[in-house]
Design a binder for this molecule. Structure first.
Ligand code: AMP
Length: 404
């Protein structure tokens, strides 16, 4: 069975999935797994796509001290115990910089290019590149593909891509990139099946997870995003503040004596729902909390989603459909109901029964705008891109090299 390995590596975890390649280039998810607690309490957990458990093991801290070690453990487990040797690996890479507007087959030159974008995403890019480098060193014949969170947004017009700062900085890469592109690309790809009548129109997609952003789609292409240069901007998130006056950062430095790395840690780890509530970064915990600050954090989240919906509606000059996706968007009927209610001025109404059943279409029959819940699938998107680039490779004879 030909398989594709999809890898999403972070600072302390490596998530992976195995897809089998079926007839006519169709992909079927077979296995989901992750190694978390890298460098603290390493643990491998994996299950089949139907949730049947396959592994749950802890490892001594010294045997899984970094991402390459975690990749080695996961690779050995797949090869030795499941007899799976993927024909290619697709990686989630947060930053493709100004140039990459689509996934790319990886070689040493591409890795060197992607290393230049570490300064644009210092908390994510190094961890995304670590497994790529170790696979390139250990399995040089294994095709690897980098799929970027930024690429889908490279269709933005100049006005959506710029900040009002001198051009030299734009040339250096200080631009409004936008993120969660693989999620939006998946939604844009599936919309013609879910809602053919609106798929070519103006659609606002709200990716509401522990990272959260919104995207304005015009004709299935990204026209605007609430995120910009980094994944800090836009909506409040689990631990990131979302939109913030840059004056606050100046205040932290000049009045609070914080260093650049203090500010970075603060903005990525201590703000957002966690900072505002003082209770949790997890929406489920906030929804069950009696603490008034948890209520304020939820009110703020809903308020900012609706403010940004107005902004994206202006960018699109109207709205033909609204889509919820990701952890909160797919699972929290209360947050969805509040957002639809606050967007009533745009003609949104809710079907409470459909919403409580997490139906695909949750708007009322009298709603001027249809509202959908579409579970995202960034991993499938990566597997699809990986397979397409594999099939497009110039030398067919080189196609089916396997990890030996
Ligand atoms: P993600 O990053 O897409 O995995 O989403 C994670 C976020 O989704 C966390 O804030 C979770 O609390 C939230 N979430 C997951 N399930 C639910 C649920 N049933 N109700 C509310 N929030 C949820």
């Amino acid at each position: 069975m030909d398989t594709i390995l999809v890898v999403n590596a972070g600072s302390s975890s490596v998530k992976f999935q195995i897809f089998s390649v079926e007839g006519e280039g169709k992909l079927r998810r077979q296995i989901k797994g992750q190694i978390d607690g890298i460098g603290s309490r390493p643990r491998l957990r994996a299950s089949r796509a139907d949730s049947e458990p396959l592994a749950d093991r802890v490892y001594p801290i010294e045997s899984v001290s970094d991402v390459p070690a975690a990749m080695r453990i996961a690779g050995e487990w797949l090869r030795n115990e499941l007899r799976i040797s993927p024909i290619a690996v697709g990686h989630r890479v947060v930053h493709g910089g100004p140039d990459y507007d689509r996934p790319v087959l990886i070689n040493h030159g591409v890795v060197a290019q992607l290393e230049r974008f570490i300064t644009l995403a210092p908390l994510h890019q190094p961890h995304n590149l670590a497994p790529i480098r170790s696979l390139l060193a250990n399995f040089p014949a294994l095709p690897q593909v980098a799929c970027f969170d930024t690429a889908f947004h490279r269709t933005h017009d100049a006005v959506a891509d710029h900040y009002a700062i001198p051009h030299q900085l734009y040339a250096k890469g200080v631009r409004r990139y936008g993120f969660h592109g693989l999620s939006y690309e998946y939604v844009a790809q599936i919309l013609p099946q879910v809602a053919p009548e609106v798929a070519k129109g103006r659609v606002i997609v709200a990716h509401l997870g522990s990272g959260a952003s919104m995207c304005a789609l015009r004709g299935g292409r990204s026209a605007e995003s609430t995120m910009g240069f980094t994944a800090l901007d836009g909506l409040p998130m689990g631990t990131r503040p979302g939109q913030l006056d840059p004056g606050v950062v100046l205040y932290l430095i000049s009045e609070m004596g914080m260093s650049a790395s203090d500010v970075q840690n603060f903005l990525y780890r201590d703000c957002g729902l966690k900072g505002l509530s003082g209770v949790s970064n997890d929406m489920r915990e906030l929804e069950t909390s009696e603490d008034p600050k948890a209520k304020l954090a939820i009110d703020y989240f809903v308020y900012r989603v609706c403010l940004n919906a107005g902004m994206l509606a202006a960018a699109l000059q109207g709205v033909d459909a609204f889509v919820f996706t990701a952890g909160i968007g797919e699972n929290s009927m209360r947050i969805r109901a509040r957002i639809v209610d606050q967007l009533g001025w745009l003609g949104f109404t809710l079907d409470p029964t459909g919403n409580s059943r997490h139906a695909r279409l949750i708007s009322g029959s009298d709603s001027r705008i249809p509202v959908y819940v579409i579970p995202t699938d960034e991993e499938l998107m990566i597997a699809q891109h990986t397979l397409s680039l594999l099939l497009e490779r110039p030398s067919p004879s080189a196609r089916h090299e396997r990890v030996s």
